[in-house]
Design a protein around this ligand. Sequence first.
Ligand code: SF4
Ligand code: SF4
Length: 181
Amino acid sequence: MEALTNRSKAVDRRPMTVWEKMYLPVIAKGMGTTLKHFFMKKPTINYPEETRPFSPVFRGLHVLNRDEEGRERCTACGLCAVACPAEAITMEAAERKEGEENLYREEKYAARYEINMLRCIFCGLCEEACPKDAIYLSETFTPSNFTRQSFIYGKPDLLIPDPVKEPELYQKAKGERAKKN
Ligand code: SF4
Ligand code: SF4
């Protein structure tokens, strides 16, 4: 039968010689390969102590943003959910009550906001659709987990720390790329 590729190799079925039965040449060859790699530059890094630079187009964990006064920006308009090709976003809207102006920027806010990370394909369309700069994909990896339920991220998982009360945590969550913008 004609071979599909030229990668096939004929198997040598000759009986081994005495010299070959001592395995010394192949052991020496193996040691040579090990020695060669010993002096080569390591392709691996000591993650998480060392990290590689992010690509400028990297999209990581979603962040629900706040304004400079610490108020939630999201107005539960639903545009991100409509834009999401994976139907990963769900939310429930609520009216802002009197006295809550310091919590929510708009008159309507998301009382519940959830992203199913098992459905998300990190396309960034939710970020592009948002008219309030309320959601963006950060440079943080989505952590691994053991249960499916733990991949449903709610507001406590997504909301960025308050820039007034926790400025350092806020800057860290915002990330280097967002700082430059
Ligand atoms: S990144 Fe894409 S798939 Fe993920 S929630 Fe946003 S729009 Fe949906
Ligand atoms: S994140 Fe943006 S697009 Fe999505 S509901 Fe909130 S304001 Fe609307």
